[in-house]
Design a protein around this ligand. Structure first.
Ligand SMILES: [Zn+2]
Length: 79
């Protein structure tokens, strides 16, 4: 994606995925992504990224980290 193109659309794409754009703006982005391979690719990449973040948050990685924090907290409070 060209720098100017990214500057124009990149930010909107993320908000669009998060459903944070107003209806009019969302429709504008919607129409653009339909016809723009660059932005469609960017949207696909962002969705993949967000899916993997959700996996990490909902998966085993977080409880393990929280468990470590509890152990650390116990250690600190018993000193
Ligand atoms: Zn585009």
């Amino acid at each position: 994606m060209g720098r100017l193109h990214r500057a124009r659309w990149g930010h909107s794409l993320e908000k669009w995925i998060d459903d944070e754009l107003g209806e009019r703006r969302a429709q504008c982005v919607d129409a653009h992504v339909e016809g723009c391979e660059d932005c469609a690719g960017e949207v696909a990449a962002l969705l993949k990224l967000k899916a993997s973040i959700r996996r990490v948050r909902g998966g085993a990685a977080v409880p393990e980290a929280v468990g470590r924090l509890h152990i650390e907290a116990d250690r600190l409070s018993s000193q």
